[in-house]
Design a binder for this molecule. Structure first.
Ligand SMILES: [Zn+2]
Length: 303
């Protein structure tokens, strides 16, 4: 893995390379941006560069790089949420390592992935390390929702803001990695510039394709009987695991249609019905009943 293999955010690649080249390294960084756009990959590659013994070039050959690539570099570590959160015990464990001097390189790098999932206690505890880090320490916080981080934490970090990957880059990636054949515009919009989302979609591609076909049929057909709708959207009853994503996809398809065909205003009302259905499903209202209700609304609102 190198920067060249990571899609998008080329400006940040150059920025990070400059930081290392000029040795203008801060003790703490906040890598902030949408989920699934490669922030953690960037953080790992940045760490690899910082630790490399050959002019910080992430050479792949020095003992630091070799250890890094086989995931046993003692000067590097990643903290991930334990269940739904990063707990104070995990931060305390990190703090013990922080004060042990580096072994292979002259620096030590820690990544706290999904750092926005740190409990408040954990954040307050980390603050002490951010306030007075040993000179060899670099901590990279990766966050999709930086609003959940305390201002005191954010103010200690140099923020690197990541952009979503644009459609052109996403298509290039899809072709290069042979992920999907002929993805529709709607599917690309659904990815919203996130490789993570793209991969999630691929795992349930059959469901997405069925939803796309049936939603488009629904919009274009003139005689949508309720019986027909129940038959067509049977998949909604069977896809509990991914239902919120599938409902989101229906919204994307309807919204794209409204953008192109301004007369289809009834779809805007349906979009708000789908949003309501999502809310009800999240709050555990009877599953089948929610879907029933939505399909009835679709049949009533269809002109
Ligand atoms: Zn190296």
């Amino acid at each position: 893995m190198s920067f060249e293999d990571i899609v998008g955010n080329n400006k940040i690649k150059r920025e990070l390379q400059e930081i290392v080249k000029n040795n203008s390294i801060s003790h703490s960084y906040l890598f902030s941006g949408e989920e699934g756009i490669g922030k953690k990959l960037f953080a790992k590659e940045f760490a690899r560069m910082l630790l490399c013994l050959k002019n910080n070039k992430a050479c792949g050959e020095c003992s630091s790089c070799v250890k890094f690539d086989s995931e046993n570099n003692p000067d590097f570590s990643i903290i991930e949420p334990d269940g739904n959160s990063i707990k104070i015990a995990q931060i305390r464990e990190l703090q013990e390592y922080v004060y042990i001097k580096p072994i292979v390189s002259s620096k030590k790098v820690f990544i706290i992935n999904d750092s926005d999932k740190m409990t408040e206690e954990a954040q307050n505890s980390l603050l002490k390390t951010l306030e007075e880090p040993p000179e060899y320490i670099i901590i990279i916080l990766v966050a999709s929702n930086e609003n959940k981080l305390l201002n005191t934490i954010k103010s200690r970090c140099l923020k690197i803001g990541f952009n979503n990957i644009d459609k052109k880059e996403l298509i290039q990636y899809i072709i290069k990695e042979q992920i999907l054949t002929n993805p529709s515009d709607e599917l690309l919009s659904m990815c919203n510039g996130s490789i993570g989302k793209l991969i999630k979609i691929k795992e349930n591609l059959e469901e997405y394709n069925e939803i796309e076909k049936n939603t488009k049929d629904f919009i274009e057909c003139n005689s949508c009987t309720i019986v027909n709708l129940f038959k067509k959207f049977d998949i909604l009853y069977k896809s509990k695991e991914v239902i919120i994503d599938l409902l989101d996809y229906m919204i994307v398809i309807m919204y794209e249609y409204v953008l192109k065909n301004k007369q289809a205003g009834y779809l805007l009302f349906l979009i708000s019905d789908i949003e309501n259905t999502k809310r009800k499903l999240i709050s555990n209202t009877n599953y089948d009943m929610c879907i029933d209700e939505l399909l009835i609304k679709m049949s009533e609102k269809k002109p």
